[in-house]
Write a protein that binds this ligand. Structure first.
Ligand code: API
Length: 272
């Protein structure tokens, strides 16, 4: 049996997108998701995205990290499925109800409202999430924000100098973060510009992270470091993030369909 997929990316953060509405898709288990995501033996991607029917939105989007874990939000993938849909859409996710609209420069997404309570991040203890009194070597006093998924944000003088391969996993798996955490290293360069690298929960460093850009922008705005509309520059390119009316986060940026293909579930030890 051959299952169709679409390979897509948002600023180099790449996805394999399956659509359960248009064909038989095997039940998505952590093992299958990780196998499909594997860049050596699978199709290869940062996240596997499964589109399903929804009773409350245009469609439901489920997100599986490369380690197979299902998570609540993925900003770049939200733009990708918005591009695929090709018209305004509401999208049901574990992190809440989002909306996407094709726009100049790609796709505009309403990512919902940020949450700041320690137990909404979540953190293991009651703490001030604007500046958490913790540190890892010379990284200290980060902010934490939940934008559907959990993020910790370190503001540093030189984001490019951070030893992300060593410090990323150390922080991702720290017991302070019961659901683990996406780790952002940011340098604010002006009132409307931030440069960012992200160690993603369940993936590692990616070329871009949409929710990381949202969380970092919101944290910078909360600290008074930037205005309420900024350009976040990641390795793969730029996103525009605005903390807009109604406390909602608006993200605009590109999305690309790379190619289409099919895979045989039997090749992954799964019945079709
Ligand atoms: N690794 C993230 C999910 C993907 C986030 C990123 N790809 C984005 O564009 O938001 C997490 O575990 O919450």
């Amino acid at each position: 049996m051959q299952v169709p997929f679409v390979k897509m990316h948002g600023l180099g953060n790449d996805f394999v997108v399956l659509d359960a509405r248009v064909g038989d898709v095997p039940e998505m288990t952590a093992r299958l998701a990780a196998a499909l995501a594997d860049r050596k033996t699978g199709i290869g991607c940062d996240q596997l995205i499964l589109i399903e029917p929804s009773d409350s939105a245009t469609f439901r989007m489920r997100i599986f990290n490369a380690d197979g874990g299902e998570v609540e939000a993925c900003g770049n993938a939200t733009r990708a499925v918005g591009l695929l849909h090709g018209a305004p859409a509401t999208i049901e996710t574990l992190g809440g109800l989002l909306s996407s609209n094709p726009a100049d420069g790609g796709v505009a997404v309403d990512m919902g409202e940020p949450r700041f309570d320690w137990n909404a991040i979540p953190l293991a203890y009651a703490m001030d999430t604007l500046s958490i009194p913790v540190g890892w070597e010379d990284l200290d006093a980060p902010s934490a924000v939940n934008v559907g998924n959990p993020h910790v944000v370190f503001f540093v003088p030189d984001y490019a100098a951070v030893e992300i391969e060593r410090l990323g996993p150390l922080i991702e798996h720290d017991p302070l973060f019961p659901a683990r955490i996406n780790v952002n290293f940011a340098t604010v360069t002006s009132r409307d510009a931030i440069r960012l690298r992200v160690w993603e929960r369940g993936v590692g460093e990616t070329r871009a992270c949409g929710t990381g850009a949202c969380a970092t922008a919101i944290a910078a705005m909360r600290r008074g470091l930037t205005d309420r509309k900024v350009t976040v520059s990641l390795e793969g390119g730029d996103l525009t993030i605005e903390w807009g009316a109604g406390n909602r986060i608006l993200m605009t940026g590109p999305a690309v369909e790379s190619f289409r293909g099919t895979f045989d579930p039997a090749a992954y030890g799964v019945a079709g």
